[in-house]
Design a protein around this ligand. Structure first.
Ligand SMILES: [Zn+2]
Length: 411
């Protein structure tokens, strides 16, 4: 992509009505545009990052047997009444249709997915089964001030698992935890993210959140260094020890909730009469679990924890482009290098703008935060080379033009 053709521009001005760091820097870099509090458009650079995060999640859900579907965002009132959540779901976005019927914009999809899977699953032979979607969700939040971390409209992957037994759910629950940590590893959040014990509801003692330590986090967690797990605020109020080892020395940290998983048991299957026939021909309730992770919130979290005072430092796998190439002055050689990188399937944003000065180009590269910066100047070309620097390092090196592709591929 040539930066001269990119319709978005960066800006030095911090948006006045935006108090969250992630949204400020994402708006300045031209990744997102704020439409209203908690509502954002994703622009070309931001859309690429968002899609990459979704694809990582998709790959890891497919790996644990997930089958992708796509359910509607607009959902009728009666399905919510069947589970008692039309009145009890505090942030449900409700609206009236022209047909005088009421609807909710989906905040979660148990009400849709449970009757759906019931139409196809009848016997123990059909279980377990796992379905998920990556979809836009809505929450009628009173306040939405945390940028992409708490939207009124946001993206969500929600997987639902259906089992013949509590034991089978327990095994899958552990498998899902591993898949989540694989996602956080690929998104550059592994070292800061803790499996966090939260209250479980009627069916199990605990549910689990995935909390990423961040100074701008809205949650407080208490970390047990011995077990490498954490407990959230409501659990700490009930019991002041680690649920694993009873350790009392827990460290308090601010954190962002990037995912959560929940054993639902028969909470929803009972409401819609979802039973299966077991080996002995007896009818039993289907046992369920649900597993959420928000790609847009993950994106905001990555910005909160991977930046310096010049801008974002994207982890390699989710950067909008792997390489940000800068030519100080327009020249044919830079064009050739750009084409060569693209022919070798290296994603590159090429700052070919003629009106921008070197300082402005360097500042933009730091703000946008691609992992590798390549500079082509008269000086480097005299040595038949380019200058290569990682965004997360201060050390630049000269690399021969013939070696650029190999060097970048191995970075
Ligand atoms: Zn512990």
């Amino acid at each position: 992509m040539k930066q001269s053709e990119l319709f978005t521009k960066t800006t030095k001005d911090t948006p006045k009505d935006e108090t969250s760091f992630n949204a400020q820097v994402l708006i300045r870099g031209g990744f997102v545009d704020k439409v209203a509090a908690g509502i954002y458009s994703f622009l070309p650079l931001g859309h690429r990052v968002h899609e990459k995060i979704k694809n990582i999640i998709r790959e890891e859900m497919d790996r644990i047997g997930g089958q992708e579907i796509f359910m509607p965002a607009l959902t009728p009132k009666d399905v919510w009444e069947a589970t008692g959540r039309w009145e009890n779901f505090d942030v449900l976005f409700k609206l009236a249709g022209a047909d005088k019927k009421e609807y909710a914009l989906g905040a979660t999809h148990e009400e849709i997915v449970t009757p759906l899977v019931k139409k196809h699953v009848f016997s123990y032979k059909d279980l377990p089964t796992f379905v998920y979607q990556i979809q836009t969700k809505f929450r009628n939040e009173l306040r939405a001030k945390a940028g992409l971390m708490r939207g009124r409209e946001f993206s969500m992957k929600d997987l639902y698992s259906f089992h013949a037994s509590v034991e089978d759910l327990g095994e899958y629950y552990k498998l899902a935890q591993k898949a989540y940590f694989k996602i956080f590893e690929r998104c550059g959040l592994l070292d800061l993210t803790y499996l966090t014990f939260a209250s479980g509801g009627a069916f199990s003692k605990y549910s689990h959140e995935f909390q990423t330590i961040s100074e701008n986090g809205e949650d407080l967690i208490h970390i047990c260094k011995d077990c490498n797990i954490a407990v959230n605020k409501e659990i700490i109020e009930e019991q002041k020890v680690c649920p694993n080892c009873k350790n009392k020395k827990l460290k308090e940290e601010k954190a962002i909730e990037v995912g959560n998983i929940f054993k639902l048991g028969n909470r929803f299957s009972k409401d819609v009469g979802f039973e299966y026939t077991d080996e002995n021909g007896e009818n039993k309730d289907v046992v369920m679990g649900c597993y959420g992770i928000g790609p847009s919130r993950v994106m905001g979290t990555i910005v909160e924890v991977h930046h310096d005072d010049r801008g974002i430092i994207w982890p390699d796998e989710i950067a909008p482009y792997k390489v940000h190439m800068i030519s100080i002055k327009k020249n044919e050689e830079a064009e050739k290098i750009y084409n060569n990188l693209r022919e070798n399937n290296i994603e590159v944003l090429f700052d070919d703008r003629e009106e921008a000065g070197a300082g402005e180009k360097f500042a933009d590269a730091d703000l946008i935060g691609c992992p590798i910066r390549v500079v082509v100047s008269e000086k480097t070309l005299k040595n038949n080379s380019v200058e290569i620097k990682r965004r997360d390092s201060e050390d630049a090196e000269l690399v021969g033009i013939d070696e650029v592709v190999g060097k970048i591929s191995n970075f």
